[in-house]
Design a protein around this ligand. Sequence first.
Ligand code: SAM
Length: 276
Amino acid sequence: MTIKENIIWATKQLVNSCERPQYEAELLLAYHLNQNRIYLIVHDEEEVENINKYQNLIERRAQHEPYEYIVGVASFYDIHLNVEEGVLIPRPETEILIDLVADIIEKDKITAIAEIGVGSGAISIVLARKFPNLCITATDISDKPLQISHININKYDLSDRISLLKSNLLDEVQEEIELVVSNPPYIAEDFLLESNVVDYEPKEALFGGRVGDELLKQIILDVKARGVKYLACEMGYDQKEPLEAFVKDVGVKYIKFYKDLAGFDRGFVIEFHKEM
Ligand SMILES: C[S@@+](CC[C@H](N)C(=O)[O-])C[C@H]1O[C@@H](n2cnc3c(N)ncnc32)[C@H](O)[C@@H]1O
């Protein structure tokens, strides 16, 4: 079968699993041939070798396996991260969190921060690349994210400034830190997710508890107890009200919520009062 025929066949297989079946059929064929998409257009009458391998990629995608797990790479901000099952695929909305944190780091000339729930390393790697004097302690409770983020940190030559720690939240962190950033699991346990998410991505990265915001609340309490000045977190679209009420009881200098590009509440920045 030629390139053109393969794309027609694959597009039909992907109709029920992808929003843009032809585009993904082409991306996966380009990946299979180790070429770019332009090559497919220019060489559309060329025979495809190892066709079974390509068909296997298409079958996996037709079963809703995320594209990023199939090819082993996710694009995020200005970097490419290795990903595989067991590690959350970084989402574009997390780039907003990074920009807000970057503003604070720049304004307060911060040099030491921690990340809770490092996953693929997306947040810590982008921040370390933006700020050459920044040191980051990044924790995760699961082994797979720690393995994969270790690979990604080395890929960008940042192992001297990002230290990884297996830890529940900040429990094992000894360093003095000025800011904590986190995109923790914040989805309610009974929330219905799409098959490509719930069947493939790690539960520990998605679900924050019965209600969903349990871990976020614990992070707020832990960060305050450590006397850290700032906390910036991603959260669910419906968590603004309960978190606003929660921090009123806890006592903070301010909490500012931010929205994602679709206009949904998506996270917050807290500044805590300086302990006397
Ligand atoms: C939503 S993912 C975020 C990954 C990455 N930071 C990103 O934004 O793409 C949450 C991460 O937190 C980790 N995690 C869950 N509970 C944790 C806990 N109690 N302490 C530390 N990490 C935790 C998960 O293993 C997962 O890697």
